[in-house]
Design a protein around this ligand. Structure first.
Ligand code: UDX
Length: 441
């Protein structure tokens, strides 16, 4: 099929490249000339494992083009995907200005009948707004469809090529047939529904996953008080098929470009209809507070933090990405700096992105986890990178001023850390003092 994808962010770029990989002819369009320039030189502007080889292969076999001329891209294609950003407005609502701009560009590039598919996460009703914008500017016939995206950063290529399911919202059997044919090579699990339900599936899925995380984090907080171990609790719960083991990892809460934005947006969507989404509001509140447990644990152990040196391991919102948007590390580090602590921070790949967001804050950026721990009063582990799991803990301990580790992702076990001589606190597991004899942790 002849396809264009408008927007070369995470969703747009991965969608475009994966559709090209399946043999479609894809043009990726973006207004940003520097991004397009880099892509034309086969350089991927984001960190995403496995993406660059696919880009190179498909560009070389002529399946993949990049352009800043959106209308030209539209002219060349039968299917047009909108994959531009929908950031949060101060109210929490999604900012749809990029989506509307894309709709106008599509209308002005129309030269024959086309299908316009929205991949961006948009509030219920937006696809009908897109329809109205395009119809107002062109007399060429077209249809709209919604195909929400469920990929995760860090495993985006795998998630796109092998999705659990594909959801498409359509208004006609013709569009359904085209999209079924397009997506059949990815999976047989294609859910076809109306457009409004497809839009809602995306928000409901992210809100539910966020709820699972806040739920297990609250269970973790209670476990700490009653002397239970949340990793054991999650294991025991997850084996129940009705619950499932995924997204039950307690920690310092969710971040990233989707969960924080989409939960706020769904609360707003409900609020606009005079519905108070109490449960989701609590999920967001729990998530905002969870990150500060790290600072509380530090204060409880070290007393006032002024003059202390704190090592931070991990700045990205999760491993295998250089994305620091809404990363819990941002607020944790700000609070530590306000408390007068000196920060030595390390992340395998997200340091420069994080540095740009932090601005002038006086953080010492380190070249390795060991370097960050040098003469530190405590290490705070904020992202569960594999690299940290493999680190030589004897060396870490001997480099530190005090052997204190606050593990915000439960990467290590209390028993292991005790063996290395650390004072160790994690999330929802018995601390050193309360740990019961015979605990399996
Ligand atoms: C998420 C959704 O998973 C994806 O379907 C959607 O398209 C975009 O949003 P992403 O933000 O890339 O994907 O990452 P994900 O792996 O879902 O993790 C989100 C956050 O939740 C991370 O900060 C992660 O550390 C946290 N998390 C995840 C937990 O704290 N515990 C868990 O058990 C799982």
């Amino acid at each position: 099929m002849r396809i264009s994808v408008i927007g070369t962010g995470y969703v747009g770029l991965i969608t475009g490249i994966c559709l090209a990989e399946l043999g479609n002819n894809v043009t990726c369009a973006d207004r940003d000339p520097s991004k397009i320039q880099r892509l034309r030189h086969q350089e991927v502007p984001i960190y995403e494992p496995g993406l660059q080889p696919l880009l190179i292969r498909n560009a070389e076999r002529g399946n993949l083009q990049f352009t800043t001329d959106i209308r030209e891209a539209v002219k060349r294609s039968d299917l047009i995907f909108i994959a531009v950003g929908t950031p949060s407005l101060p109210s929490g609502e999604a900012d749809l200005s990029h989506v509307e701009e894309a709709a106008r560009d599509i209308a002005l590039g129309m030269n024959e009948p086309k299908i316009i598919v929205t991949k961006s996460t948009v509030p219920v009703g937006t696809n009908h707004r897109i329809h109205a914008i395009v119809a107002g500017l062109t007399s060429f016939p077209f249809e709209i469809a919604a195909a929400p995206e469920f990929l995760r950063e860090g495993s985006a290529v795998q998630d796109t090529l092998h999705p659990d399911r594909v959801v498409i919202g359509v208004e006609s059997g013709t569009t359904e047939a085209v999209l079924r044919e397009l997506y059949r090579p990815f999976t047989d699990e294609i859910v076809v529904t109306d457009i409004r339900s497809a839009e809602m599936i995306k928000y409901a899925s992210n809100a539910f996953l966020a709820t699972k995380i806040s739920f297990i984090n609250e269970i973790a907080n209670i476990c700490e008080k009653v002397g239970a171990d949340v990793t054991e609790v999650a294991k025991g719960m997850g084996l129940d098929k009705r619950i499932g083991p995924a997204f039950l990892q307690a920690g310092i809460g969710y971040g990233g470009s989707c969960f924080p934005k989409d939960t706020e947006a769904l609360i707003q969507i409900a609020g606009n209809e005079n519905y108070n989404f109490r449960l989701l509001k609590a999920v967001v509140e729990v998530n905002k507070e969870q990150r500060f447990n790290i600072v509380r644990k530090l204060r409880e152990t070290l007393g006032p933090l002024r003059g202390r040196t704190i090592a931070i391991w991990g700045l990205a919102f999760k491993p295998n990405t250089d994305d620091v948007r809404e990363s819990p590390a941002l607020e944790i580090i700000k609070l530590l700096l306000e408390s007068g602590a000196a920060i030595r921070a390390y992340d395998p790949i997200a340091t420069s992105n994080f540095g740009r967001l932090m601005g002038t804050a006086s953080v010492t950026w380190c070249v390795s986890a060991l370097d960050a721990a040098d003469q530190a009063d405590a290490v705070c582990l904020l992202t569960d990178w594999d690299e940290f799991k493999r680190i030589d803990l004897t060396e870490v301990r001997s480099n530190m001023k005090l052997p204190l580790m606050i593990d915000g992702r439960n990467v290590f076990t209390p028993r292991q850390m005790r063996a290395y001589g650390f004072q160790y606190y994690s999330i929802g597991r018995p601390g050193r003092s309360e740990e019961r004899t015979g605990s399996r942790a």
